[in-house]
Design a protein around this ligand. Sequence first.
Ligand SMILES: Cc1cc2nc3c(=O)[nH]c(=O)nc-3n(C[C@H](O)[C@H](O)[C@H](O)COP(=O)(O)O)c2cc1C
Ligand code: SF4
Length: 434
Amino acid sequence: MTNNQYKILSRRFDRNDAHNISVYEADGGYVGLKKVLSHMSREQVIAEVKESGLRGRGGAGFPAGVKWGFVPEDVEDIYFMVNADESEPGTFKDRFLLDYDPHMVIEGSIISSWAVRAKLCVIYIRGEFGWLVDRVQAAVDQAYAAGYLGENIQGSGYTLNMIVHKGAGAYICGEETGLINSVEGRKGQPRLKPPFPAVCGFLDKPTIVNNVETVASVPDIIIDGASEYRKHGTEKSAGTKLFSVSGPVKNPGIHEIPLGLPFNEFFHEWLGGMADGEELKAVIMGGSSVPVLTAEEAMETNLDYESLAEAGTMLGSGGMIIIPERCDMVELIQVLMHFYWDESCGQCTPCREGTGWLHRIVKKLRKGEGTLEDLDLIENVCEGMAGLTICPLSDAAVMPIISFLEKYRPEFEALIQNEKESISSSRWAREIRS
Ligand SMILES: Cc1cc2nc3c(=O)[nH]c(=O)nc-3n(C[C@H](O)[C@H](O)[C@H](O)COP(=O)(O)O)c2cc1C
Ligand code: SF4
């Protein structure tokens, strides 16, 4: 099996000129948009995307076409937002799409906006991705100049404007209602759901929020059809997916895989196995918010939504973190708990207080000042945090720490018994922190 045959979303990543509209058009770009505007109804586009089985690539895996179908028929003002906040530790796929192939994202966003009758599309880019804002804005300007955006697009009577909005560097603005509040100029804090944004979102009007990779998948589905898209992947996890792989393997970086690929095969044949002198200890499959798998568990699972759920974790955003044997798991979880505590927006007490408690307990353990009761306290605090808050950030802190404690408990206990030098900062964890 070669990995080149699955380069669909990433097929232009090895070119340095595809961000120019002329190059994109010469490679078949904007053909999907022309097809929907001239030959398809909105219902046909939504039906094709539903049929393709495309699931949201931002983390939750909700079927894109089903979400589009929730927009009420009788409302005029509808909005579409592209979530390019990409702040989940371990995840760096969307920035590749925006950097190397911004027109594929823009074309997918226009088709998606048209399908849901949106009059404005906002691309919300993570604040730290300053250079990408310029890159995407330049591509949007080219799309306006070519008549793919603005009034009466390609003579179809459809008018769509597109805004590139730069965030201010808050992880929580990646949560879709936090993102909407941020675009409205409010504090980037999530809203209670229901109502869901598809019914009541930006300015209390129907708003669809989709991830960058989700919308980038749309043009090919329109051009080649749902059945072609379904040639890769499994029945319930259709298509290919970008994984951003970090950690000491021979070939880290972005890999586009057919969903359902066994991890064992991915690890050995695509990633080339561990770098010299390293041994695999554990894998975080879908970004820092999902439960960790031991090396043995990872080797037995496949990379699709259902198999990973069965293995007790999630595909999430596809941010795969490979953890070597030398990694101190308590130090790693301290880094992650600091992240969630720092990024909690603070409006729910269980999350605001709980993330702080988790971070403080792990810090205390690593100082050699912990007790066995502290391990019970971690579980106790987590019980008071899971499923009880406005958004899932609280659960996103609970899931990793509970799995670390369950699977690597001896490392926590060793700190209590002072069997180990507790502040031995490993190089690997320092790299993650930076
Ligand atoms: C704390 C938090 C952060 C999130 N960050 C992102 C993000 O950076 N990018 C993203 O696409 N989705 C993110 N999500 C998920 C979004 O809320 C939403 O489900 C997603 O943008 C929907 O797009 P999709 O259906 O195409 O996946 C985040 C969710 C939470 C709870
Ligand atoms: S769970 Fe945390 S991040 Fe989410 S809304 Fe509540 S306080 Fe904010």
